[in-house]
Design a protein around this ligand. Structure first.
Ligand code: CTP
Ligand code: MG
Length: 166
C-alpha cells in the first residue's frame, strides 16, 4: 500500500500553487475542488508514490526469498494515481456538501485513497488486485489506514506542514 499511502503526505509537503479548478466555482456557488487540490500536489504526489513503488520493486528483487508483494510498474502507477484521484473526487463531493477546505469529513477523508486506488486497480489490473489483496490483507488495510492517516496528519501538524491535525 505504500505507493498509495505516500502521495497524500508528499502532496501536503510539496503541493501548492495553481489550484486544479483554477479558482472556479461549481453551479452551486462553491469551489469545484478548492485551494487544497493543486497541480503541483497532484503531480509531485503521484511521482513520489511511483518512486516509492520502484524502490519496493527493487527491494523485492534483492530479497526474492522474502515473498514481498509482487509490484509492477502498472500496479504502483495505479495505486499512486488512484490515491490522489480518490482524494480529488472526495474534495469535489466535500464542496457539494458545503464543507470548506480543510474541514473534517470522517470516513471519506480516511478511505478516499483506498477507494480510488482499488477502483483504478479494478479497472486497470484486476488480476493483480485479487491475487495480492486477499480478504485478510483487505481487512488489515481497513484497520491500519485510519491509524496511519491520523498519525501522519499529527506529525504534519507538529511540523507545520498541515494547518489542522486531521
Ligand atoms: N495538496 C495539494 N494537491 C493535491 C492534494 C493535496 O496541493 N492534489 C496539498 C494541499 O496543500 C492541501 C494539503 O496537501 O492543503 C493536504 O491535503 P488534504 O488534507 O487532502 O486537503 P485539504 O486542504 O484538507 O482540502 P479538502 O478539504 O478538500 O480535503
Ligand atoms: Mg484534509
Amino acid at each position: 500500500m505504500l505507493p498509495a499511502y505516500i502521495p497524500n503526505p508528499a502532496a501536503a509537503l510539496l503541493g501548492g500553487g495553481t489550484p486544479i479548478d483554477l479558482g472556479k466555482n461549481y453551479s452551486d456557488g462553491n469551489r469545484i475542488f478548492g485551494d487544497g487540490k493543486t497541480y503541483r500536489g497532484l503531480i509531485t504526489g503521484i511521482l513520489a508514490g511511483v518512486i516509492t513503488g520502484l524502490i519496493l520493486i527493487w527491494l523485492a528483487g534483492q530479497f526474492p526469498q522474502e515473498d514481498l508483494p509482487k509490484h509492477t510498474l502498472l500496479s504502483i502507477s495505479l495505486l499512486a494515481t488512484g490515491a490522489l484521484l480518490g482524494d480529488l473526487v472526495k474534495s469535489f463531493f466535500k464542496r457539494r456538501f458545503n464543507k470548506e477546505r480543510g474541514t473534517k469529513w470522517p470516513i471519506a477523508d480516511q478511505y478516499d485513497l483506498v477507494a480510488g486506488a482499488f477502483l483504478l486497480l479494478l479497472i486497470g489490473d484486476s488480476g493483480w488486485l485479487f491475487t495480492t489483496v486477499t480478504l485478510p490483507v483487505f481487512l488489515i488495510i481497513l484497520i491500519i489506514t485510519p491509524v496511519l492517516h491520523r498519525a501522519t496528519n499529527i506529525v504534519g501538524y507538529i511540523f507545520k506542514v498541515k494547518e489542522v491535525p486531521w
